[in-house]
Design a protein. Structure first.
Length: 213
């Protein structure tokens, strides 16, 4: 973007090293099929999703990607991750999902700032969200920007330390695994349900990439 600074001067703002978030909206029929299968899996098994009280959160185990019934959903995650690699012009390698788990937040529940170490990409798929529970917060990954924080007259993409992304049922987001994110309190009347996952280059993924907790 050019800007005249005087009769004989000009300046150009160069955007360097952007942090990207890829957003995909699944077709309604595909989303509804994935959602039905996911809910059937979460309601069965040795540790089914419990009834949640106000303010409660629940996470499943981290191996949902190994569940045969969820293979079509995981395949969608992998296809989208491969498309991200193509958009970055990364070749001669493949990604695999290294961990996958469900998150449920009852009304009033939130999720603190965190990131997903030892992976290249992280993602989240929204199975059940509604007004008041339809956003995710991404936080500036550059810690040095917090050292000096002068007041600003208007928030913009260039001076904010947090970006709020709005989602809906069937939204699939992918982002760098280092990118810190959080979820504000669920202000809807229903439980918010999402599926998170990590993806790493296959050659790296055997021992280091599974979730740490």
């Amino acid at each position: 973007m050019g800007e005249n600074m005087g009769s004989s001067e000009s300046s150009v703002v160069i955007s360097l090293f952007p942090t990207l978030v890829w957003k995909q909206q699944l077709p309604i029929a595909e989303h509804e099929a994935h959602r039905a299968t996911l809910f059937a899996v979460l309601c069965a098994g040795p540790s089914p999703m419990p009834q949640l009280s106000s303010g409660d959160s629940w996470q499943s185990g981290t191996a949902l990607h190994r569940c045969p019934e969820l293979r079509p959903l995981v395949a969608r995650f992998e296809r989208t991750a491969e498309a991200v690699l193509a958009s970055l012009h990364i070749g001669e390698t493949r990604l695999r999902v290294t961990g996958c788990w469900a998150n449920a937040n009852a009304p009033g529940a939130s999720h603190p700032v965190h990131h997903h170490p030892n992976n290249f990409l992280s993602g989240v798929y929204y199975a059940q969200v509604g007004p008041g529970a339809d956003t995710i917060n991404f936080h500036d990954p550059r810690p040095q920007t917090g050292i000096i924080r002068p007041p600003v007259t208007e928030l913009s993409a260039e001076n904010t330390d947090q970006v709020v992304v709005r989602v809906e049922c069937g939204t699939l987001l992918l982002f760098p695994a280092y990118l810190e994110h959080s979820v504000g309190p669920n202000q809807s009347a229903d439980v918010r349900i999402s599926v998170s996952f990590n993806a790493m280059f296959t050659d790296y993924a055997e021992t280091i990439s599974p979730p740490l907790w």
